[in-house]
Design a protein around this ligand. Structure first.
Ligand code: GLP
Length: 261
């Protein structure tokens, strides 16, 4: 795991956008795995700026989102489909047929999960997966106790996650209880994982993910098993890490050819 601690969420997000745009410049048909929530918003903002001002094109990029609520139509303003259109897709030049979000609105959720996996495989697999982390250590909607080998499937949200996402629905009682999510096993198959976490409320989950035991109790700890997992934090999210100084030392002393900035 590479742990990078930046002084604020904006600088952390700009670095993440730089890494993503580097992938696209090298491989214009990059397959991106995308995340929702408050954490990636500044990354999308910076990618949009790079598109508008610096010619970054998404014309040949394919995207797969991690998850979606069950029972919400894609037009529902609280759906992750709406989130992605509003915060990213409608501002860039990606063809809509190249963007994929699990279909949580179908009657046959099980087949929808299987179809999603087939589409990911047909695209050649995810090159870079963007991730956030839940306060309880979840990745996508893989809540604590999810198998670390899990696949795309239907999950029941924990109370912690329901509360954390309540504002998007105008109250916890309105948050759907079920979702479709890529599994931790799918996430581990992506070639490169880029996880962002900001703010003191993520510090405990970050500590468990980076320095705790690999355990289904903290699904994000599975990233310790990934060959290219890069974790970008702001200072409050890094606060509980025991080896903070070492991570900073490693980053400052990266060989030139490995530097991102
Ligand atoms: C949500 C999403 C995750 C996200 C996490 C953190 O429930 N399913 O993909 O990483 O919770 O959300 P936020 O970034 O808003 O803190």
């Amino acid at each position: 795991m590479e742990v990078i601690i930046k002084d604020c969420a904006e600088n952390a997000s700009n670095l993440a956008a730089k890494i993503i745009s580097g992938f696209i410049k090298k491989k214009p048909d990059t397959v991106l795995g995308l995340a929702t929530g408050s954490t990636p918003l500044l990354v999308y903002k910076e990618l949009i700026r790079l598109h508008k001002n610096e010619g970054l094109s998404f014309r040949n990029v394919t995207t797969f989102n991690l998850d979606e609520y069950a029972g919400l139509s894609p037009e529902n303003p609280s759906s992750f489909s709406s989130y992605m259109k509003d915060n990213f897709f409608r501002h860039i030049d990606i063809p809509s047929l190249s963007t994929h979000i699990p279909d949580g609105y179908t009657k046959d959720l099980q087949s929808s999960c299987e179809e999603y996996e087939k589409k990911i495989a047909a695209s050649g697999g995810i090159d870079l997966q963007l991730l956030g982390i839940g306060e309880d250590g979840h990745l996508a909607f893989n809540e604590p106790s999810s198998s670390l080998a899990s696949r795309t499937r239907i999950k029941t949200l924990s109370e912690v996650t329901i509360k954390a996402n309540a504002s998007a629905f105008g109250g916890a009682d309105k948050v759907p209880r079920h979702v479709i999510t890529m599994g931790t096993g799918n996430i581990l198959e992506s070639k490169y994982c880029l996880l962002l976490a900001f703010g003191a409320k993520k510090a405990s989950a970050v500590k468990n993910m980076v320095e705790g035991a690999v355990s289904a109790s903290c699904p994000a700890s599975a990233l310790q098993l990934h060959r290219h997992a890069v974790i970008i934090l702001d200072k409050p999210a890094a606060e509980l890490l025991q080896n903070k100084d070492y991570y900073n030392y490693v980053y400052q002393n990266k060989p030139d050819w490995q530097r991102y900035e």
